[in-house]
Design a protein around this ligand. Structure first.
Ligand code: GDP
Length: 442
């Protein structure tokens, strides 16, 4: 999962502050040194890191600590807010033209994911009752037009193409006419991959820009390329003027540097993130939720939204309430596991549950087989045991292990993990409550 290592390191560094009753300047210094290293190792832009640390330190040292927060929690709150700011504070939505069609020009390096993302975006817009048209302007790569046609067919969106013998500027102009005639209200132009230093191709895309006057120029960049992605974004922005970035392959093990630096370096927002190869795996980018996820504070909102699309919404809402009121039991855990299995990459989803931080995930070592074992263990518990795990003494543990075909060690591990998760959930919900009361959060 992206951010996994950063998340773990940040939580380690900040975890040391949590328990302290009083923080000295030296405590903050030490923690910030670790935070700085963690960010640099995650490939965050050097200057961004420097400013970030400076801001957090300024706010943390000498700041008035809120009554009900420990000084450590206060620092975490500041880090959370500053991380959110780095990524742009609020969700940045697409700008739609007041006189349709809205034109979206897609650009980027070859292989970044433009064609796939164009399809995802079209599918996304279709779900919002728009009538998108995809336009094939990549006349250089032999299979590109076909690829867009296949993608279009899969998401049931028309594709406009004129083969590879025409000038992309002419194709774009013809597509505008075609789209207007056919009532398409969003026109998504997929262009050839190009390097920002390729003068001819950069001139070509500028000409397309001039011809269609896009409402959005979206740069598609591959998160796996780290700082290169940031440099590409910076150059495209300078040469062409982009309106936003779509960061792809965030489902991979990118270290996160691109996501954390692009906004600050280019001053252009990340609008969407690609979370997989499938055409429904494009998500809006929420800086605040991403910051919470990085700090292991969970992302219950995204979890609920995923749930709304895929599973029993009522149950997901109940779950959120239970987490907040500390009534989360093994039954809920089991329920959750069953539903979660149908939702996709497990580590990504588990990371959205507060308290299930990357370290906890590692301890749990979540994979499909383990999930089955965990289910078996919980299913071997009595109703009472699931509600009040504290009553599970050693003889009950033996019985549960036997019943589930596992070992007492495995039962112990799960009980310990569950207890720790609950403790963490409590800590974060308490903290959130306090901040809400003071009107300083959420
Ligand atoms: P283009 O050359 O920029 O048009 O890139 P493509 O759309 O052909 O994508 C290149 C490769 O990246 C393909 O194999 C895609 O399936 C893959 N890809 C695109 N977006 C994502 C993503 O968000 N996650 C993952 N894992 N793969 C992606």
């Amino acid at each position: 999962m992206v951010f996994e290592s950063l998340s773990e390191k940040l939580q380690n560094a900040l975890g040391k502050l949590k328990g302290k009753g009083k923080l000295s300047e030296k405590d903050v210094d030490i923690a910030m040194r670790e935070v700085r290293l963690a960010l640099l190792e995650a490939d965050v832009n050097f200057k961004v890191v420097k400013d970030f640390i400076k801001k957090v330190k300024e706010r943390a040292i000498g700041a008035e600590v809120m009554e009900s927060l420990t000084p450590g929690q206060h620092v975490i709150k500041i880090v959370n807010e500053e991380l959110t700011k780095l990524m742009g504070e609020k969700e940045s939505k697409l700008n739609f033209s007041s006189s349709p069609p809205t034109v979206i020009l897609m650009c980027g390096l070859q292989g970044a994911g433009k064609t796939t993302t164009s399809g995802k975006l079209a599918s996304n817009l279709k779900k919002q009752n728009k009538r998108p048209l995809l336009v094939a302007c990549d006349v250089y790569r032999p299979a590109a037009i076909k690829q867009l046609e296949v993608v279009g067919e899969r998401v049931n969106v028309p594709v406009f193409s004129m083969g590879d013998k025409h000038d992309p500027v002419d194709i774009a102009k013809a597509a505008m006419e075609h789209g207007k005639k056919n009532g398409n209200d969003v026109i998504i132009i997929d262009t050839a991959g190009r390097l920002h230093i390729d003068e001819d191709l950069m001139t070509e895309i500028k000409n397309i820009h001039e011809a269609v006057k896009p409402n959005e120029v979206l740069l598609v960049v591959d998160a796996m390329t780290g700082q290169d992605a940031v440099n590409v974004a910076d150059s495209f922005n300078e040469r062409l003027g982009i309106t936003g970035v779509i960061l792809t392959k965030l489902d991979g093990d990118a270290r996160g540097g691109a996501a954390l630096s692009i906004r600050t370096v280019t001053n252009k927002p990340i609008k969407f993130v690609g979370m997989g190869e499938k055409l429904d795996q494009l998500e809006p980018f929420y800086p605040d939720r991403m910051a919470s996820r990085i700090l292991g504070m969970g992302d219950v909102l995204s979890l609920i939204e995923k749930a709304q699309a895929n599973i029993d919404t009522q149950k997901a809402l109940e779950l959120e309430k239970k987490i907040r009121t500390q009534q989360f039991t093994f039954d809920d855990f089991l329920d959750q596991l069953e539903q979660v299995k149908s939702l996709g990459p497990l580590d990504e989803l588990m990371g959205m549950i507060p308290g299930v931080n990357s370290k906890a995930l590692k301890d749990l070592d979540v994979n499909e087989k383990d999930i089955k074992r965990i289910q078996a263990i919980i299913q071997s518990m009595t109703v009472k045991e699931r509600e009040s795990p504290d009553i599970i003494d050693s003889s009950r543990r033996k019985r549960i292990a036997k019943g589930s075909g596992t070992t007492v060690q495995e039962v112990n591990k799960l009980l310990k993990q569950f207890k720790e998760s609950k403790k963490m959930m409590k800590r974060f919900t308490d903290m959130e409550k306090t901040m809400k009361k003071k009107g300083k959060f959420g």
